[in-house]
Design a binder for this molecule. Structure first.
Ligand code: SAM
Length: 286
């Protein structure tokens, strides 16, 4: 989804305890196994597909941004180990701030950036970068930036926002962090699981779970789907096994209005990929 920003707002931070430490511990423990091992994985194509989706979304957003600005600043909310660092380089941005709750991931992300910098070609200058470890559902990032006046053109939140829907306060704080430092005209882009599809598959299942030999999704119970804290456990071939929360998109869209955000684009991943492949084909024929 892509939200466009109109003006910056200001609200008060609230805190609560929850599953965040489990999420951080899980991602901290994940090993960075390198490209060779990753290509052996049974979810290699899924990873590639997700990466491609992100590349297209990021590429299109930066293209729009470049029409008005030369120096593009980006906030990567839940950056993980830095899987998108190269995409930002290709997009020709000037400044990147990477934030994640998992300290080890942030260190690896920073290391990866350092490696890119030392490998860099002189004709392709690399953007400046800053790395922050923070729980974006509980901490206000404004207080953590090196430059307190930091503003961004784009906030990217890829496969992360669903961790915040544990409570309204957490979802709101994450949204605040994503949007309050966006310049007017800036974009909030992201990818998150589709709550409708998850519930549809659950309702079609005879148990509280569904999946196949690669993944499983387990809910506490069927038929009761609170707006916040509707938890399910997601397991993907041992890669992810952490609590996540349903994001009811119409509510998310409504909440974003508080931060002067307007929904400009939303697609289900399969539809988005079909549309993009048509574009590729039609470009080839031109
Ligand atoms: N965005 C990266 C990507 O696309 O490769 C990583 C996606 S990974 C599925 C989810 C990431 O969200 C993890 O790195 C995790 O540590 C981070 N995360 C989860 N909860 C968070 C929170 N409350 N604050 C900041 N990061 C969080």
């Amino acid at each position: 989804a892509m939200f466009s920003h109109v003006l910056s707002p200001l609200i008060k931070q609230k805190t609560s305890e929850g599953h965040c430490s489990k999420v951080a511990a899980h991602y901290n423990e994940l090993q960075e196994c390198g490209l060779a091992a990753r290509s052996q994985s049974r979810i290699f194509f899924l990873r590639n597909f997700n990466n491609w989706i992100k590349s297209v979304l990021i590429g299109e957003c930066l293209e729009k941004m470049r029409k008005n600005r030369r120096d593009i600043g980006v906030l990567d909310l839940g950056c993980g180990k830095g899987g998108d660092l190269l995409k930002w380089k290709k997009g020709g941005i000037s400044k990147l701030v990477c934030v994640d709750i998992a300290k080890v991931s942030v260190q690896q992300c920073s290391q990866r950036y350092g490696d890119m910098k030392s490998r860099g070609h002189s004709n392709e200058p690399l953007y400046a970068a800053e790395f922050i470890t923070a729980d974006c559902t509980k901490e206000v990032l404004t207080e953590k930036y090196k430059d307190p006046e930091n503003t961004f053109d784009v906030c990217s939140c890829q496969f992360v926002y669903h961790y915040s829907f544990e409570t309204q306060e957490q979802a709101d704080t994450m949204l605040r962090n994503a949007c309050e430092r966006l310049r007017p005209g800036g974009y909030f882009i992201g990818t998150t699981p589709d709550a409708y599809e998850l519930v549809k598959r659950l309702e079609a299942s005879e148990t509280n779970a569904f999946g196949n030999d690669l993944y499983s999704v387990t809910f506490k119970k069927k038929g009761d789907y609170p707006l916040f804290g509707c938890q399910y456990d997601f397991n993907l071939e041992g890669v992810v096994n952490v609590p996540e929360f349903l994001v009811y998109f119409p509510l998310f869209e409504e909440m974003a209005k508080k931060y002067k955000m307007k929904l400009v684009f939303k697609r289900l991943l399969p539809n988005f990929s079909k549309e993009q492949s048509y574009k590729i084909r039609s470009t080839k024929h031109c």
